[in-house]
Design a protein around this ligand. Structure first.
Ligand code: CAA
Length: 262
């Protein structure tokens, strides 16, 4: 196993088995996806894309969280213009257009941008105690990295509405029954199972694997293209509201928000 020491917010490990493992590494913030973390994932994927020895990538967090969403502290002072010009969009695009398979190994909280990162992966493996949600509504905003579109495509309108409008979380079993997750296992086996699956995938003919991924994504992502642009504009617009300021402030002050519609 070789490790790349150049990263801070992620740890990468590459074995002889064609699998690159990316561990999100902000445990104290439940692996919240600050911009640096997203940038490092994108950098690692760009390198993996050029590396003929990598056939599959596994992304994981730790026992407590896969990722609890975008970094709410970082969102505090953002304006709609900042959102429109946000470098995060380019990092998400790198993840979205990565041609090799991505497997997510998920334990603990998988929320907001964390769930959106998981949904950018091609196969989701979850520990029994994992939970999934899009809690942005509690902050006076909506998902901004494709959550409204991909979640709806994966679990259907009614379940997506319930999660996105209420902010309520679902269990790993519910996520599996709904089609968000491919497999549920005991939490201590989540990473092992994801790595085993990734090794199997990495042993297949690389071009067949890439083209299979592209073809399956044409079926799922093809449906969401128009919606992604709409979501992005709505997400930026909401950064102009007082309710968004209140939602973020309330989270940071550890109190319930008081929304006024302003
Ligand atoms: N951003 C920044 N910090 C976060 C965070 C986040 N998304 N989620 C958790 N943290 C921090 C907490 O502030 C806390 O830090 P301190 O110890 O310094 O106080 C630490 O991680 C542990 O969190 P909690 O004490 O809150 O742990 P808990 O077990 O009581 O609750 C939780 C866990 C339910 C996941 C709760 O932390 C939570 O609700 N987090 C926010 C989830 C959220 O709203 N995500 C969506 C973000 S917006 C988004 O994702 C939009 C987008 O991508 C486009």
């Amino acid at each position: 196993m070789t490790q790349d020491g150049a990263f801070k917010d992620i740890i990468t490990e590459r074995g002889e088995d064609g699998v690159l493992l990316i561990r999100l590494n902000r445990p104290k913030a439940l692996n919240a996806l600050r911009t640096r973390l997203l940038e490092e994932i994108a950098e690692a994927l760009l390198a993996a894309g050029d590396d003929g020895d990598v056939g599959c990538v596994v992304i994981t967090g730790d026992d407590r969280a896969f990722a609890a969403g975008a970094d709410i502290g970082e969102m505090q002072d953002k304006t709609p213009v900042d959102v429109v010009r946000d470098p995060r969009a380019a990092h998400w695009a790198t993840i979205r257009t990565f041609r090799k398979p991505l497997v997510a190994a998920i334990n603990g909280f998988c929320l907001g941008g964390g769930n959106e990162l998981a949904m950018h992966c091609d196969i989701l493996i979850a520990g029994r105690t994992a939970s999934f949600g899009q809690p942005e509504i509690n902050l006076g905003i909506i998902p901004g990295a494709g959550g409204t579109q991909r979640l709806t495509a994966m679990v259907g309108k009614s379940k997506a509405m319930r999660m996105i409008l209420s902010g309520e979380r679902i269990t790993a079993e519910e996520a599996c029954a709904a089609g968000l997750v491919a497999e549920v296992c005991e939490p201590e086996l989540t990473l092992e199972r994801a790595m085993t699956l990734a090794r199997v995938i990495a042993s297949k003919a690389p071009l067949a694997v890439e083209l299979a991924k592209e073809a399956v994504l044409a079926a799922s992502d093809g449906l969401v293209k128009d919606g992604l642009a709409l979501e992005r504009k709505a997400f930026a617009l909401l950064f102009a509201t007082e309710d968004r300021r209140e939602g973020v402030r309330a989270f940071l002050e550890k109190r319930p928000p008081v929304f006024t519609g302003a």
